[in-house]
Design a protein around this ligand. Structure first.
Ligand code: ADP
Length: 370
């Protein structure tokens, strides 16, 4: 019997995908590229996720259906490939095996306080008793060494299990590595994207980060190759996006969120942080002046359906804390310190909630890590 693609499709329309109950053809799971050479038929079935738990049994059922429809002489065994529609995310075991959660801190544009938020969030998480690491991946403007009062520090090499590794420097309970420790800013600007990406990978894979509850990455502003490298290298738990309430910042934050949501990157958004939400003078702590507009970030979260993790006011002490290398989050008794503690609690509970909503198979992977 001569074999036609229509015959194959008829056979595949008799096979159901258990995840949705739909047949493979109407679920759009059969790739257009069905190849027929004599009796040999090969094709690909498309699955949403890599390692789809039903893939093997669906492939088996498809083989049987084709043989039943087109005759026993059809060579189909081993010729059906299960292909993922989504890019393969790295296996958590590969990099940072002892890290439970990886959080990317990003912003659509520079100067909105991303690094300030990353530093204070890291310190606040450490203040809550978590083990925290921070990678300053803002390679062209690394500011974390200054914010942690570690500008003069240099990471040392240590031997761990027969390997020479970079030992992150530590202050305020946070382990830190930054390209700022290795190159000066003027040289880094000349680096091409790939060089920067490779250097960062080294700071992840060849450093002794040890066991951590939270690993924060202070990403460069905007969208770049570095973002792609980081999410392709690491199993990022989720991204937080920092913005100010100003229209131009919101437009860029929107772009940043859609980058994380794109198929290529595909990282969950943990939420938005509205920084510089209002100005409060030290002498009039009850007064709020909305210099960049009111609730712009909050409205964006409603529009895009992402959580609002916190609103941080403009306060002189936050800026000074950064300049002097003493983050305000170190002192939870102040209003600003309290704001960062609340933010840290929100981030922790947001991650916990997300994990509870995951399908059981993914949950088991996370439980194994804990
Ligand atoms: P980014 O990382 O987005 O470029 P930075 O964190 O370097 O931004 O912040 C830019 C400037 O704004 C810094 O001088 C910082 O101290 C200041 N800044 C950030 N957030 C606040 C805030 N909430 N209140 C006061 N100053 C702030």
């Amino acid at each position: 019997m001569k074999i036609y693609p229509k015959l194959i499709l008829d056979a595949l329309s008799k096979v159901r995908y258990p995840g949705t109950g739909k047949d493979l053809v109407s679920a759009g799971m059969v790739d257009d590229d069905i190849r027929i050479e004599g009796n040999r038929v090969s094709l690909s079935l498309l699955f949403d996720k890599p390692n789809d738990p039903f893939a093997k049994s669906v492939v088996k059922a498809a083989e049987t259906a084709i043989i039943t429809y087109a005759g026993a002489e059809v060579e189909i065994k081993g010729n059906i490939k299960a292909v993922s529609r989504r890019p393969e995310r790295p296996e958590p075991e590969k990099f940072l095996p002892e890290v439970k959660h990886i959080i990317a801190v990003s912003s659509g544009k520079g100067g909105v306080g991303k690094s300030t938020i990353a530093a204070n969030l890291a310190v606040a998480l450490a203040g809550l008793g978590y083990r925290v690491g921070l990678l300053d991946a803002d390679i062209f403007g690394p500011s974390q060494p200054k914010m942690f009062c570690l500008e003069e520090s240099r990471p040392l090499m240590v031997e761990v299990g027969g390997r020479e590794l970079i030992e992150p420097v530590e202050n305020y309970g946070v382990k830190l590595l930054s390209m700022g420790f290795f190159v000066n800013r003027e040289d880094a600007i000349l680096w091409r994207g790939a060089m920067a990406g490779n250097a960062l990978k080294q700071l992840i894979a060849e450093a002794d980060w040890g066991e951590l509850d939270y690993f924060l990455i202070d990403l460069p502003p905007g969208t770049s190759d570095i973002h792609l490298t980081m999410v392709q290298t690491l199993p990022v738990t989720g991204a937080v996006v920092v913005t100010t309430p100003q229209e131009v910042a919101l437009a860029d934050a929107r772009k940043g969120i859609s980058m994380f949501r794109s198929d290529k990157i595909n990282v969950p958004i943990l939420g938005l942080i509205e920084n510089m939400a209002w100005f409060t003078p030290a002498e009039l702590p009850q007064n709020k002046y909305y210099l960049f507009g009111k609730d712009g970030g909050k409205r964006l979260t409603e529009e895009l359906g992402v959580p609002l993790l916190g609103q941080i006011p403009i306060v002189q002490s936050i800026c000074e804390g950064g300049d002097h290398g003493v983050p305000v989050a170190l002192n939870p008794d102040t209003i600003t310190g309290q704001a960062f503690r609340t933010l840290a609690v929100e981030v922790v509970s947001g991650i916990r909630k997300r994990e509870e909503e995951l399908p059981p198979t993914e949950r088991v992977k996370i439980l194994k890590k804990h």
